[in-house]
Design a protein around this ligand. Sequence first.
Ligand code: BMX
Ligand code: ZN
Length: 286
Amino acid sequence: MSTLAIDIGGTKVALGLVQNGELIERAQLATPETTCVQEFASQILAQCRSWIHQVTQIGISTTGWVKPEGITSINPDTLAFPQPFPLHKEIEAQTDKPVAILNDAQAAAWYEYRSLKKTVNNMAYITVSTGVGGGLVLNGQLYKGSQHLAGHIGHTSIDLNGPVCGCGQRGCVESIASGTAINRVARQTIHPTISNIELFKLARDDAQAMDIIKKSAHAVAQLCCNLKATLDLDLVCIGGGVGLTEVYIPLVLDYIETMPAAFQVDVVKATGDYDACLLGAAAQFS
Ligand code: BMX
Ligand code: ZN
């Protein structure tokens, strides 16, 4: 059975043809800028027309709060959807295939949980990317909560005097640790046009650059301990463009080691690597 997987992020949309959990083909496009749902869907489908007749179903993972009526933004600075954005209904209408949709980090959480070698009951997935997203698997099941919002752990505040987050709160983990937050500080303090790729390279032998990355890792370590205290997790899995860099998880682990033993938790790297959300889009059917 083949699935078309679509992962919608703030800057790019990844597409995959998935067979038996394996990514057979992959494509990518810049996230459409249109606010028209028909146009948004057709720009995406235009990139994978030849796959559509081969697939039985379509799985979407997307940044944003996914409700039955459509997607809405929690932090419009990462991607501003006109609200609600009924993308799943539009993709279904344009393809005549069954469509399932989940928040990107919820989808990756489910994929990563099912890929684990050891038996675990309670796990969180954290993506440190444009934003900081999350997904929770509790008692072996993806936990979405009453309104499908559960897992938006990037929007838990860890500093009452911290920066204002795009969601409207102050001191959210996302406002301190995300790729966007790191880049904002790097541009203010190092160079006005520095990219995150350049920042991570510079950090190999520049303490000021490394400090910016350390602040992000410290915030994510605090989030891991907060989750351990709240949910008594067995494991936290970290992914995302920032989270998957070589230095990041070791830094998070260093900070966790300094916390009280009761709040310490195991941290592993996402096995789906940069495609955890895309594979998660397809994993909704398995
Ligand atoms: C934001 C929020 C989450 C998302 C997370 C990571 C929006 C549009 N998105 O917190 O729903 O899971 O970013 O998203 O409000 P990413 O695009 O950085 O992977
Ligand atoms: Zn926030």
